[in-house]
Design a protein around this ligand. Structure first.
Ligand code: HEC
Length: 146
């Protein structure tokens, strides 16, 4: 636990004073969430390779970033929360890393998913590694929990 706190402190410090506050509160999406934004990633964005593809430490770094920035809406381990859909569905788990990186970079602001372009690129790729490490859990509802 102590080590984790240390790592967390390190990350908070390394994030510095920049603000990555969500731009808008999500109004709860419905349970028939369609993940269609992911289909909009341009081919060039989709094709980008994750520079951390073979770096297991990136998963751990991504996990810390995820609990700092994402669990609030997407729930513990991405299982879906009150404000954000599950990230364990095949619609998310089966897309290329480049697509997820593109989505983080651009957000879906009008539907409550913040833009994360202020997080350094490396951290966005680490988040993608963590997301992919979670794997599919189809039993989870697509939409936010009631
Ligand atoms: C303020 C709430 C909120 C936060 C914080 C948030 N998200 Fe989201 N996220 C959403 C919502 C709402 C959607 C659904 C957007 C839509 O309808 O397309 C979403 C969609 C997504 C998707 C695509 C799935 C889809 O619906 O197309 C991914 C991937 C994702 N979020 C990852 C993240 C990650 C990683 C973080 C942390 C860096 C994060 N989100 C932080 C609310 C949030």
């Amino acid at each position: 636990m102590n080590n984790r706190m240390l790592a967390l402190a390190f990350f908070v410090v390394s994030l510095g004073p920049m603000s990555v506050l969500p731009q808008k509160r999500a109004s709860a999406a419905d349970s028939s969430h369609d993940y269609s934004e992911l289909n909009k990633a341009p081919a060039r964005a989709r094709a980008r390779m994750n520079p951390f593809q073979n770096d297991p430490d990136a998963v751990i770094a991504g996990q810390i970033l995820f609990s700092d920035h994402c669990t609030e809406c997407h729930g513990t381990a991405g299982g879906g929360g009150k404000k954000g859909p599950s990230l364990r569905r095949p619609e998310v788990q089966n897309v290329p890393d480049g697509t997820l990186f593109w989505l983080l970079t651009n957000g879906v602001a009008w539907r409550g998913m913040p833009v994360w372009s202020k997080l350094p690129e490396a951290q966005r790729w680490q988040l993608v590694r963590y997301l992919k490490s979670l794997g599919v859990n189809d039993g989870l509802k697509a939409g936010p929990k009631p």
